[in-house]
Design a protein. Structure first.
Length: 295
């Protein structure tokens, strides 16, 4: 089902850097609303025919000028320079991710008018209290991956004046990790605090940040229902008609709680405001068509 049209003008030319599942869905929406999409990743295999594919390895200097565009969305994951199928091993997150951003900047003829970097709420992982965190809270990265993500936010702001979007756990068709955990009966840390966003709402958020006249500089993409992991797992097990998985011992209350008020102010409503609607529809879809193959 097509997502609603953006409220403002779709960019004429958009470069999607690291065009995996999320970038592809966004690009399809941009094309549907009259935009031209350039999709950059190491392997162009599987990209929609409506996209202009750019086979580029950003872990090394590009060696040619990329097309001039009005907007750019960066979805490069630490741990590898560009998302896409069957890429094989890449450089580590401490060098490949940041080097890719610098190589991207060097290959652009000019900085696009609107740039969005997709980061992660992982950069807030060091907050240990249960208070809901907002965009005004200072980052607290834990571990190398989170530290590189935060450095990437700073670098993208410096190089591109980027707007930063931090999604929580993304789920939806093909993103069914929790469903697999329940079906496999894997032990789960029931007390862990969790936040999530359905891929439908994340695509809508990216459209909004691209097309709004004055979007927030920093935005947390989370739904309206942060919840202990055990609560979510129990709901999924009931809908699947299987026993809830065992509790991981010792039980520890970890994780963060994120406030999604700013996102709601941008979108107005969410297609999947809580995990109940999101996983309920996901499970109903599986029952009709069978499990999705994409991961």
């Amino acid at each position: 089902m097509p997502l609603p049209a953006p409220s403002h003008h779709t960019p004429d030319r958009t470069l999607l850097v690291g065009c995996g599942a999320l970038g592809t869905r966004l690009g399809q929406q941009l094309v549907r609303h009259g935009g031209q999409v350039f999709a950059l990743r190491r392997s162009p295999a599987g990209l929609p025919a409506a996209f202009t594919a750019l086979a580029v390895d950003l872990s090394v200097p590009v060696g040619r000028e990329l097309p001039a565009v009005d907007a750019m969305v960066i979805t490069l994951p630490p741990g590898g320079p560009v998302s896409g199928p069957a890429l094989g091993p890449g450089p580590g997150p401490d060098d490949g991710y940041l080097a890719s951003l610098r190589n991207l900047a060097a290959a652009l003829p000019r900085v696009p008018e609107r740039v969005v970097l997709v980061s992660s709420t992982r950069v807030l992982g060091g907050h240990t209290g249960g208070r809901p965190l907002t965009e005004g809270d200072e980052p607290a990265p834990v571990g190398p991956r989170a530290e590189v993500l935060l450095e990437g936010e700073r670098l993208a702001t410096e190089l591109f004046d980027a707007h930063v979007l931090r999604p929580a756990g993304i789920y939806g068709p093909g993103r069914e990790m929790l469903l697999r955990k329940v079906l496999d009966g894997d032990p789960v840390q029931y007390a862990r605090r969790t936040n999530r966003i359905h891929e439908d709402d994340l695509v809508r958020t990216l459209q909004a940040v691209l097309t709004a006249e004055e979007p927030p500089r920093l935005l947390h993409a989370v739904d309206r229902s942060p919840a202990p992991l055990g609560e979510v797992i129990t709901f999924i097990a009931e809908r699947l008609g299987v026993p809830a998985p065992p509790r991981l011992q010792p039980e520890e209350t970890t994780g963060t709680v994120l406030d999604g008020s700013r996102l709601l102010g941008v979108l107005g409503t969410l297609e999947h405001p809580t995990y109940r609607e999101g996983y309920g529809r996901l499970i109903a879809g599986r029952e009709q068509t069978g499990p999705a193959q994409r991961t």
